[in-house]
Design a protein around this ligand. Structure first.
Ligand code: FMN
Ligand code: SF4
Ligand code: SF4
Length: 315
């Protein structure tokens, strides 16, 4: 009599290509050759949960979206985290579940995420979901994601969203500690619910907020984001800059050069504000209101993770 554990172990072994080939060869030899692959697919389908390969594609400046991705990975099986970048591998046809985890920018999507959606290739059978982190104005950003995927012939299974501390500190100050902790608490409760829906490949509606106003704002998002690359023109450093170079190391697109030990922005900005928030001296100003404002990053995401992830893949 097989125990469940033995069956699971066997299925994991079956996943390996060599074993698969051998099983098929045996089936071809002793059974009906034509249906050998079919038998194999049936076995796979019965145990598909164990065979799932999940990838979470994320973009994150201050760690909120990375935190969501990391927490989701803890809840899901066989999950790989991949940072979205312009030079990543866009052939992602090998995953059965793909999540796109992103921060809401200007009521819509970051440009780097839009570029990803234009180029990525998924398997037709993959279950796709979105997971937005947003400061308060989620609007209809999930519908933008949905329609971009639809244009490419892919269906979005669900569009989830979790409110996190807003990091657009050029516009408003960092939320107070009590408010931030309240959001973290809700996030801890919400992620297992979202992960359960993903495991079941649930078809859910896309989460939105602010009703018609939200839809209108998301409608102008693309126009606003088209100006994003030059947003760094308002960036400068004050006297506390010590030339440590951390701002360079966290920039996801290599938009900063050090000249005479001071950052110089190259106007290919993604507006993520990573340089601004991760500068240990709080020496970067974005306009004339930020010198009195706080700096923020998610407490469970460390500089090394953002630096490492700036370079490409983490697992
Ligand atoms: C350029 C920019 C634009 C933003 N626009 C919005 C917005 O339209 N609505 C919103 O709710 N939050 C907005 N935010 C806040 C972020 O979506 C939010 O803080 C997110 O959790 C940041 O994720 P990250 O830490 O992974 O970068 C914006 C942030 C930035 C930097
Ligand atoms: S991280 Fe801050 S202190 Fe370091 S070089 Fe950049 S601006 Fe200067
Ligand atoms: S320059 Fe700063 S805000 Fe712009 S993409 Fe790089 S880290 Fe993000």
């Amino acid at each position: 009599m097989y125990t469940i554990t033995t069956v699971q172990k066997t299925i994991i072994l079956i996943q390996r290509q060599k074993v698969k080939k051998r099983i098929i060869a045996v089936l071809v030899k002793f059974g009906n050759g034509k249906s050998a692959e079919t038998y194999f697919q049936i076995i796979k389908t019965i145990f598909w949960r164990k065979n799932m390969s999940t990838k979470l594609f994320y973009f994150s400046g201050t760690g909120n979206s990375l935190k969501l991705a990391k927490d989701m990975a803890q809840e899901l099986d066989n999950t790989e985290l991949l940072k979205i970048s312009y030079d990543m591998n866009f052939d992602q046809t090998d995953c059965t579940i793909a999540g796109i985890v992103y921060p809401v920018y200007c009521f819509g999507l970051p440009n780097i995420v839009s570029n990803f959606l234009e180029r990525v290739q998924f398997a037709d059978t993959a279950y796709l979901f979105g997971l937005a982190s947003y400061g308060g104005m989620l609007c209809s950003s999930g519908h933008i994601l949905k329609s971009r995927l639809k244009k490419r012939g892919y269906a979005l299974g669900a569009g989830f969203a979790v409110q996190m501390p807003g990091n657009a500190t050029n516009v408003y100050d960092v939320p107070k500690e009590g408010k931030r902790n309240g959001m973290y608490q809700k996030e801890r409760k919400r992620i297992p619910e979202i992960a359960a829906a993903v495991k079941d490949r649930k078809k859910c509606s896309v989460e939105t907020n602010l009703g018609i106003l939200g839809r209108l704002l998301s409608g102008v998002s693309a126009a606003m984001m088209s100006k994003c690359s030059g947003a760094d023109k308002s960036y400068s450093t004050d006297a506390s800059c010590n030339g440590c170079g951390i701002c360079l190391s966290v920039c996801p697109v290599g938009n900063i050069e050090l000249v005479d030990n001071r950052p110089v922005w190259q106007h290919r900005c993604e507006c993520c504000m990573a340089c601004f928030h991760w500068c240990p001296q709080a020496a970067i100003q974005a306009g004339n209101k930020t010198s009195s404002r706080g700096r923020y990053h998610h407490p469970d995401v460390h500089l090394k993770e953002i630096q490492k992830s700036s370079a490409g893949v983490i697992s």
